[in-house]
Design a protein around this ligand. Sequence first.
Ligand SMILES: *Cc1c(COP(=O)(O)O)cnc(C)c1O
Length: 389
Amino acid sequence: MPDDTSHQPATRAITSGRAHSGRSLAPALWASSVWQSENMTDARRRATGMRSGEFYSRYSNPTVRSFEDAVAELEGAEASLAFASGMGAISSVVLGLCSSGDHIVAQRNLYAATLAFLQGPCARFGIEVTFVDGTEPGAFAAAIRPGRTMMVLAETPSNPCLQLVDMDELGALRGPITVVDSTFATPLGQQPLAHGVHLSLHSATKGIAGHNDATLGVISGERELVDAVWAYSVLHGATPSPFDALNALRGIRTLAVRTNHQSASAQFLGESLQRHPLVTAVHYPGLHTHPQHDLAKRQMRHFGTVFALELAGGVPAVDQFLSKVRLLRVATSLGGPETLVCHPATTTHASLTPEEAAAQGVTPGLLRVSVGLEDPADLLADFQQALAD
Ligand SMILES: *Cc1c(COP(=O)(O)O)cnc(C)c1O
């Protein structure tokens, strides 16, 4: 339940998700997997109710529920539902709402595991997927097959090149269930539901938890739709750990200050590196050179904590850069306190064919950077020394 919707998001990040922690200011950890009932009637009510609490933790858990309440509050949603990972959220949404014979329209630029899920298991279960260029106006609408397309799946900003999808356009589609993977923006960076999108989805492993100490996914939307996904996910079993939900709820308390600092640093680094002679391109929605900068200004509150850059020298230049960085760490995740750099072509996107990689903008010299909480001047100095011959 919203505590006070007149409050700003940063305030709601502090006030929300407190219903199951008594008088404790810190969230309470309910490690229990099972609760006892009063009698037969009470046991039946808990066993058969929708998302019933205090029955069995695969159905619901008070610590997880607190995390879900806080996310719902930030997303402006009736309800949220957490999963054991971002991929647990994606697979439960797709398998819970789509059936054999259904059709999905998805954007080509997707998190690599999402793409692999749509190409592998979905094909195996007879769910057909059409991939479109999500940056092209009207592309999703043109690919919809009336009566057959059950879902439209988009990711904005997208991994790894920070391309955007116009969420007003997604919200205006009629027929399919629209889903936006909003991980790169965090719930404070944009609100897909305010644009009319049905489900907002996050890998909470990233910016929401924000400290590289939880693996978690979450969806938000109208209660009826979230309940429908729950009815499948309680069987699918990608159930979140209460401990991870606790860490993620703690992360939410500092989400506003972290994302403000990180996106300001990303803007500073992006602008500075754009002028470096060995950098051929910087991809960041906050830069005037980003082809969708105007769209970014329309639909994002901050431009995100991740940017990508391309090095002139391709793979050898990347190899040298990654062996010379001192403050930047070579790792794939994002949204945590440490600044991380990864080379998509040899890691997250290594399984793509050369054609697929080219279509996604995954060039040999592309590096993705998740900006952490260090002083941005120290980060820039590390970039400069690692780029120097
Ligand atoms: C990490 C990520 C996922 C998958 O989340 P996991 O928690 O690793 O399962 C999905 N989408 C995006 C955009 C991601 O960054």
